[in-house]
Each structure stands twice: as C-alpha cells, then as structure tokens.
Design a protein around this ligand. Sequence first.
Ligand code: AMP
Ligand code: ZN
Length: 465
Amino acid sequence: MKLYNTLSKEIEEFVPNEKGKVKMYTCGPTVYNYAHVGNLRTYIFEDILQKGLEYLGYEVIRVMNITDVGHLTSDGDVGEDKMIKGAEREGKTVYEIAEFYTKAFLQDMKDLNIKIPKIIEKASDHIDTYIKMIQKMLDDGFAYISNGNVYFDISKAKDYYKLSGKNPDDLLIGVRNTVSQDMAKRNPADFVLWFTVSKFENQIMKWDSPWGVGYPGWHIECSGISYEMLGEYLDIHCGGVDNIFPHHTNEIAQSEAYLGHKWCNYWCHGAHLNDKSGKMSKSNGEFLTLSLLKEKGYSPLDYRYFCLNSHYRNSLIFNYESLDIAKNALTKLRKKVLALNKLEKVEEKEKQKYITEFKKSFENDINTSLMLTKVYDILKDTTINETTKFEIIKDFDKVLSLDLTKENNINISDEFKAEILQKIAERKVAKENKNFKEADAIRDELLKKGVKLIDGVDGTTYEIL
Ligand code: AMP
Ligand code: ZN
C-alpha cells in the first residue's frame, strides 16, 4: 500500500506497527453547527481509507473525537469559543448544542454510507487524561504556567515545524500582525494546554485542575483521546489540510513530549472542497449542508460519487453543474448494474483478476477515480458473464459504498418521501378540479428534483431517477 505522508512529503510504503492491524485516528467535528459538505468530503476520504484497508485484509481500529469544548474561532488561541458562540446564536446551552449537532453529524455520516468509527469520544469526557498529560509536561519542562494559563513551550519540541514544513520566521510575522497577541506566551507560537484565565466569562464547561478551574485547549484533546484509546503508537492520523498547522503540529509536539518517543508514523490529509469564492465556510455565502443538497433533490450518495471522482489530495470546486453530472452518472450506473442478470455461474478467476486491479488502484495512494473506472471497465468487458460482473461490483461496493447493487434503491430521506406524497396528493386534487396547468407544474417540479411520476389505473406512483 502506497500512501502519501505529509510528514515526509513523499509517497511511502505503508507498514503498520503491528502486522495486520491499523490504529487510525481521525479528527472529528466541532459540534457548534451542522457540518458543511467540505467537512464531509474529508470524512468520505477517511471512510474510503478505512474500508480500503479492511478490503486489503487489515483490522482497522478507528477513533474519532467530538470536540465539544476548547475550540476557538481561530485555530490558534485567539477568537471566541465556537461552542459558546453556537449556544448564544440559538439561545441554548452548550450541552444542548453539542447533543443536537452530534446527532446531526452522525445522521450525515449514515446518509453518506460512512462507517461510524468503532470508538467516538467526546472531548469533555477525558479531562483527567489531559490533566495527567499536562502535569507530566510541566514536570518535564515542556510546559509552563503564565498568567494562570498552562502553555506548551514550542522551543522544547523536537523539530516543531516538521509536519507543516513552515518557516518559523514567516509565522512570526503573521503572529506580530495579529491584534490579539497573547502577551503571556514565551514564544508567540506557544499554545495553550489549559485555560484558567478565560476571556469567556460565560464558559459553562469548566473543571477543577491543579492550576485552577478552567478547560483544556483544543489540541490536547486529540492527543489525549488517541493515547487513551489507542495507546502510545499510532499508525495513521487523518484530517483536512487546514489541520496540518497548527492543530496536528501541536498534537505531535505534545504527544511526543509526553510519550518521549515518536508517536504517529503516517499523516494523511484531505484537500479542501472550495466554492467559487474560495474556501468553504459556515459563515460565508450559501451554507452548504447535506440537508440542503437533499432539499434540492440530490441524494447523499450523489455527493459521495462526486467526491470519489477526484483524488483526495486535489482540491475540488463545488458547483451544482458538477453535482448534476455526478447524479446522472450514478443513476445510469446503478441502472446498468441492476439490469445485470444474476443467474449465471460466477467466473472466479476473472473476479479475482478484477479484485486485484481494484486493490491496486486503492493501494496507489487511494486512487478513487481509478477504482470507479474499474466498475465501468467491468460493465464494458464482453468476455465475462453478467452475474460475474454483478458479483464483482457488489464486492467493490464494500469500499465505494454507493449502493450500486441495492435493489429498489430509493435512497431518499423520509422527509423527502413525505414531500413527494404530499405533492402527489395536491396534483390529484388539481386534476379533479380540472386544473391541468397546476397538475403539470407539480409533475415538472418533481421531475426537476429527480422524481418521475407514473400515472396508473390504481393512482400515481413515482420513480427516483
Ligand atoms: P471542524 O468541524 O471545523 O473541526 O472540521 C472538521 C473536518 O473538516 C476537519 O478534518 C477539517 O480539516 C475538515 N475541513 C474543514 N474545512 C474543509 C473543507 N472546505 N474541505 C474539506 N475538509 C474540510
Ligand atoms: Zn484533532
């Protein structure tokens, strides 16, 4: 398996610490709002990585955190607390906000056929671990207390900039230009491990600690949860490219300071999904959520297909034209696969040949578009029977997860189903009132959303195109 490693900036042969077993940590969402489809692109890439490794025969133990405390609006130590901001926006408590958006996130994952990680941990459930780690870093001279907060001293870290490849001088210029520079830090790039002196008087989530009542910084959460759930050695750590600096850089600094040895061997980062104005965000322009796409008549798997068509290390521009193309291609593909007959004898040798090619595409730094191309190659192949084709594609779908062989695939939400039935009822009334213009308008509106109405003797049914 060849995998690009952000740490070495090279494509490397992947060798886990323990034969046949992969310990994988993936940074989870900050649950102060819905995930946007950019965030979801990263989770789709991580899902393919996990499932592809499992397809190769590895046992994958994957851990994900849910950040419900400590993440500020800037990824450094300036700005407002994201959770408090979310709670104020909605007039709720941070606990309510966290619970609501965690549920929404898990629903998005389910809709996208993303395998929910075996271990999902809330940041606020591991305070004792952070305190233990921070105390050891203080004892060993990696951390210091200043003006009440506990900071990590980056000058004590071994090669602090190795992951990002950043130039410390450039960063210093950036920091000097920041208005809200924290004067309590020894080095401007030091980061907070524990806040006690809080800018956020209305912080509800706070805990007792040897350094006073406060709460953990964002970075220590992932180091702590990974250590507690997966032990001292990690094989793969993933996230989006924005996590490289400072989040993952700080994770490495504090984990290795605490453990006293190298922590994680492979760092894999997904490129961003951008909109035409640049980086997708929750505050600029149209807030693109999976629910919004569903409202517009796309199925979550149309979006998954759209993502799989491009390589995870290339940034991708979101637009509805490209999503339409993905939707149509996936619909056609499913139709072709479902039309294959399932009555012939599977040609095992041919099946294995294609499986080997599919694995090779995955092993080539997760080449998802090539993995999809294999599906089309199979359909075009005139030398194998239809049942063999169907069985191979069914096997590939364990990784692709596009429901390619699911009969009666009506992958739409219950709300959308209810909306269709409501429209069918309205159209019936319009027809009874001889208002054919309105009846036709309803039919056309649904067609635009990918729903074809079929009028029969027993009434109207529908088909998802
Ligand atoms: P957050 O909820 O902000 O902590 O982000 C959750 C995940 O989404 C992280 O792994 C980020 O690196 C990733 N991410 C953030 N923005 C984007 C984007 N525009 N495209 C792809 N991934 C993103
Ligand atoms: Zn993290």
